[in-house]
Design a protein around this ligand. Structure first.
Ligand SMILES: NC(=O)c1ccc[n+]([C@@H]2O[C@H](COP(=O)([O-])OP(=O)(O)OC[C@H]3O[C@@H](n4cnc5c(N)ncnc54)[C@H](OP(=O)(O)O)[C@@H]3O)[C@@H](O)[C@H]2O)c1
Length: 261
């Protein structure tokens, strides 16, 4: 049995689309009929992503648009500009996904302050700035749906993970507050919290070292793929999730259960 989504004529923004989970969500959205604005820093990878636009079998095929933006330095004007460029071509957006994030260890007694801030700002403040700009009436159609990336680390932390864990916990907390605010335009917002997913993030040497055999074995269904997480993201963006807002969803291959059995 396979589930397909129909996003024909819809428009979505994916921040952190050049790699991993964001890339997969962008491709699946566009193959389900949506126009996608893919945002990231790496132009080469964004150009490669564009090649995944569906073939021109129909007169006006959905398209993947790309914009280069660093979420750590983007001003409200920068966000407005990239959203303007997209919406002036395709119309207002029906939602967005924020997956930009970096991983890193920051031990309490000797943490690198710049790295700790970068970790926190990429996952948290970048998401806040995106949601603030994207939910404006000028850019979002009423009833738009937004998904932010948390992590199981937002609830179950570990040694030297305070910056990453705090950022991911903050995402979950902010989603509850945002949900209550953006409902005035009938918008929804939720977060997704994966366990280990095979993406570029896992290539990070420290991440690979932390992903020990023991940690991997706690994943009852094995380590995940970007596709495993994109399914939940597309569901939350779709109208089948129309009665869901302000929630966090674990997509963890059974990790949280496997850790306690
Ligand atoms: N993989 C896992 O095991 C896992 C587990 C739990 C949660 N997560 C979360 O899921 C999200 C996606 O992770 P992933 O595994 O797909 O990682 P990934 O493959 O490393 O992708 C991260 C994305 O974030 C973008 N990004 C990073 N810093 C940015 C910046 N300053 N400005 C703009 N874009 C930036 C990167 O784009 P550029 O390099 O082009 O800028 C890239 O597209 C992250 O928030 C991560 O914390 C991942």
């Amino acid at each position: 049995m396979s589930v397909t989504f129909d996003f024909k004529g819809k428009n979505f923004v994916v921040v952190g689309a050049s790699s991993g989970i964001g890339r997969q969500a962008a491709i699946e959205l566009s193959h389900s009929g949506a126009n996608v604005l893919a945002i990231g820093r790496n132009l080469e990878r964004l150009a490669e992503l564009k090649k995944n636009s569906p073939l021109s079998l129909v007169k006006h095929p959905p398209r993947i648009f790309t914009e280069q933006l660093d979420v750590l330095t983007a001003t409200p004007e920068d966000w407005a500009e990239v959203l303007d460029n997209f919406t002036s071509v395709v119309g207002r957006i029906n939602g967005g996904v924020y997956t930009a994030g970096i991983w890193g260890l920051t031990p309490l007694n000797s943490f690198d302050e710049a790295l700790a801030h970068k970790i926190f700002d990429t996952s948290f403040w970048g998401a806040v700035n995106f949601v603030q700009s994207a939910t404006r009436k000028k850019f979002s159609d009423g009833g738009a749906s937004f998904v932010l990336m948390s992590s199981i680390a937002g609830e179950f932390s570990g040694k030297s993970l305070f910056a990453y864990s705090a950022a991911k916990a903050a995402v979950q907390a902010a989603v509850k507050s945002f949900a209550a605010e953006i409902i005035r335009n009938k918008h929804r917002i939720n977060s997704v919290a994966p366990a280990l997913v095979k993406t570029e993030m896992m290539q990070n040497e420290m991440y690979a070292a932390a992903a020990s055999e023991e940690i991997i074995s706690r994943h009852l269904l094995g380590v995940g793929t970007a596709r495993d997480v994109a399914g939940m993201i597309l569901f939350l963006l779709s109208d089948r999730a129309a009665w869901i807002t302000g929630q966090n969803f674990f997509v963890d291959g059974g990790y949280t259960v496997g850790s306690y059995t």
